[in-house]
Design a protein around this ligand. Structure first.
Ligand SMILES: Cc1cc2nc3c(=O)[nH]c(=O)nc-3n(C[C@H](O)[C@H](O)[C@H](O)COP(=O)(O)OP(=O)(O)OC[C@H]3O[C@@H](n4cnc5c(N)ncnc54)[C@H](O)[C@@H]3O)c2cc1C
Length: 400
């Protein structure tokens, strides 16, 4: 008897779709059709080299970072990474200084004597190499100190409140002060934005990495094809990484996202700014500037920057500048998503995943993790898989 090869349809060729397709094809040896409505693969991580030789990340900066060793091992089967550690600066009163705030920031912003005073107080109270939320300075009366209270208010005003307003279109009175728990000070000189053990940029870019994941004789890829135009009869399973509300024809409403659009500029200078990303919390209408050549240390006498503007995603507006980027995780949307999630549980053999399918602000490693978990729930039919099984060797893995 010939072995039955199941047929799978994967909707979306971003990280989530590419990982699930790779597993089905490589491990289960099943047939997979991957479709994407974009004319390219890679989803929101799509990148390309432009005429200056600089790799442009079309939808803004993407830095791979994870603390999951098994995900690092898995993804390294498909690409080599450089040893890039992400640094972000913020423009405060015209000065470019590192964030998250650490002693380097404090010395950049304040006079040397006041900076030294703050450093001494922070070390005395919290020790060296700690991370303290600015709320700590505000809410713990027994630790209250007028200089640290000033520092907390300064950071809240200059680095947090106006950035939140630009990012989420919220008025200051709508922003709960409790959200400031996200803003912290590091009592060291560590300028890194992420502290994950594994960080880097794929040496040949994200699009090439996704191409490598999808490189398998059992996988067929169709770009420029919308799910709506596909006859789904004949597929044993569907993996849907598009927007879950669109799948259910918005029967419970439209899930809210913030959209980001990018104004690209070629500049006749070797470097535009010190780090790959510079935030502009208070000035201008854009929220940040990305400078791409930092990522792969690409050499050119020119540089390419992108100014990022964030606005509401509007359903039905087909402009390329209107995209679902950041899910707005407010109470209304969370309730609405729950209704869609319950609906999704009722449909058989359709699996929802990815940042749009799950309505989650996944990082790349979280998207991969989720796709591996969905794969394992199929392979082991809900039995608890061994962690090692999550990164079983794909025999035909391709590396650049
Ligand atoms: C602006 C921005 C910056 C980010 N920066 C980072 C970062 O620095 N580091 C990090 O770890 N993570 C970052 N992320 C998160 C990361 O991009 C995601 O976790 C990951 O790329 C999600 O992959 P995905 O496949 O789930 O979604 P996507 O990449 O969005 O892929 C979904 C695909 O489905 C396709 N699709 C949708 N509907 C249909 C349909 N009806 N028919 C056919 N195809 C369809 C889309 O065209 C798309 O290609 C960032 C996200 C954004 C938005």
């Amino acid at each position: 008897m010939p072995q039955i090869k199941r047929k799978n349809l994967v909707v979306g060729a971003g990280f989530s779709g590419a990982v699930i397709a790779e597993r089905l094809a490589n491990i289960l040896k099943e047939d997979v059709l991957v479709i994407d409505k974009n004319p390219y693969t890679g989803g929101v991580c799509h990148d390309y080299k432009d005429k200056t030789g600089i790799t442009i990340q079309e939808f803004g900066s993407h830095i791979f970072h994870t603390n999951f060793e098994y995900i690092w091992k898995y993804i390294n089967k498909f690409t080599k990474f450089n040893t890039y550690m992400h640094k972000v600066s913020a423009s405060i009163d015209g000065k470019e200084t590192p964030i998250p705030v650490n002693f380097n920031t404090i010395y950049d912003i304040f006079s040397p004597s006041f900076a030294k005073k703050l450093e001494d107080k922070l070390i005395k109270k919290y020790g060296y190499n700690n991370k303290i939320s600015i709320l700590e300075f505000k809410t713990k009366p027994f630790l209250w100190d007028k200089d640290l209270d000033f520092l907390a208010s300064y950071i809240y005003e200059k680095l947090f409140i106006h950035l939140e307003k630009k990012q989420w279109n919220m008025q200051p009175y709508d922003i709960s002060p409790a959200l400031a728990y996200k803003v912290f000070i590091k009592t060291n000189k560590d300028d890194r934005y992420f502290e994950d053990k594994y960080q880097g940029i794929p040496l040949n870019g994200y699009s090439k990495l996704i191409e490598n994941l999808l490189h398998n004789e059992n996988i067929k890829i169709l770009t420029g094809v919308d799910f709506k135009s596909i006859d789904t009869n004949g597929f044993d399973r569907i993996f849907y990484t598009g927007p879950i509300d669109e799948f259910f024809e918005y029967k419970y409403g439209v899930l809210g996202y913030r959209s980001a659009h990018f104004e690209f500029l070629e500049c006749d200078t070797e470097y535009y700014q010190k780090s790959a990303v510079a935030n502009y919390p208070n000035d201008y209408d854009f929220i940040r500037i990305h400078e791409f050549k930092h990522y792969l240390n690409e050499k050119s006498c020119k540089t390419i920057i992108a100014k990022e503007y964030v606005s509401d995603f509007i359903l039905g507006n087909n402009s390329v500048q209107n995209k679902r980027c950041y899910p707005v995780l407010n109470t209304k949307n969370k309730k609405m998503y729950k209704l869609y999630k319950d609906e999704a549980k009722k449909v058989k053999n359709i699996y929802f995943l990815g940042r749009l399918g799950d309505f989650k602000n996944y990082t790349i490693d979280e998207s991969i993790k989720r796709a591996l978990e969905v794969f394992n729930s199929i392979k082991y039919e809900n039995a608890e898989p061994l962690v090692s099984a999550l990164y079983e060797d794909p025999k035909e893995a391709v590396k650049d």
